[in-house]
Design a protein around this ligand. Structure first.
Ligand code: THU
Length: 161
């Protein structure tokens, strides 16, 4: 019998002032774009903004539905736009933030399981890592080098071809 361990490193910053200019700008955009979320049911407004390899910036926000499972997370709204507007263009970094009508937005959140799978698919498609910048409207910022770290033992297209 053998045992394996999965672990990964990520960066923790006390707040946005410790980031370099580009990352701080991207995170500020993600914090602001939460205003465009349509989240009347959860009252939890998520914003994601990505910078692509060609310098284009694409945003996404969560879009909910009265039939709850129909709602889409900000990250997958964003990836759908990237795949449509700039197919196969690598995503260099994606900042994700949130605002809530009920709880404080003072710590990072990380993408849900379905979004992790979608992020990994886009990394696989472009063969480039997506760097994640996670933070609330204030407080600590986490930077993770690749979305792959968030989904160990993932199911990918490698199994199908
Ligand atoms: N949500 C996102 O948009 N991204 C995440 O990473 C976590 C959750 C959305 C889904 C739903 O509209 C609301 O936040 C509450 O779960």
């Amino acid at each position: 019998m053998k045992e394996n361990k999965f672990e990964f490193q990520y960066e923790i910053y006390d707040d946005i002032s410790e980031l370099d200019e580009k990352d701080a700008w991207l995170l500020t955009e993600a914090r602001t774009v939460t205003e465009q979320a349509y989240a009347p049911y959860s009252r939890f407004h998520v914003g994601a903004v990505a910078i692509l390899e060609n310098g284009e910036v694409v945003a996404g926000t969560n879009q909910e539905n009265a039939s709850y499972p129909v709602g889409i997370c900000a990250e997958r709204v964003l990836l759908g736009s990237v795949g449509t507007l700039h197919p196969n263009m690598a995503v260099k970094s994606m900042a994700i933030s949130y605002n809530s009508e009920d709880v404080r937005s003072d710590h990072p959140i990380s993408p849900c399981g379905m979004c992790r799978q979608a992020l990994l698919e886009y990394e696989t498609r472009t063969k480039k890592p997506i760097r994640l910048i996670l933070s609330g409207q204030e407080g600590k910022v986490y930077i993770i080098k690749t979305a792959r770290f968030l989904l160990p033992f993932a199911f990918t297209s490698d199994e199908l071809i």
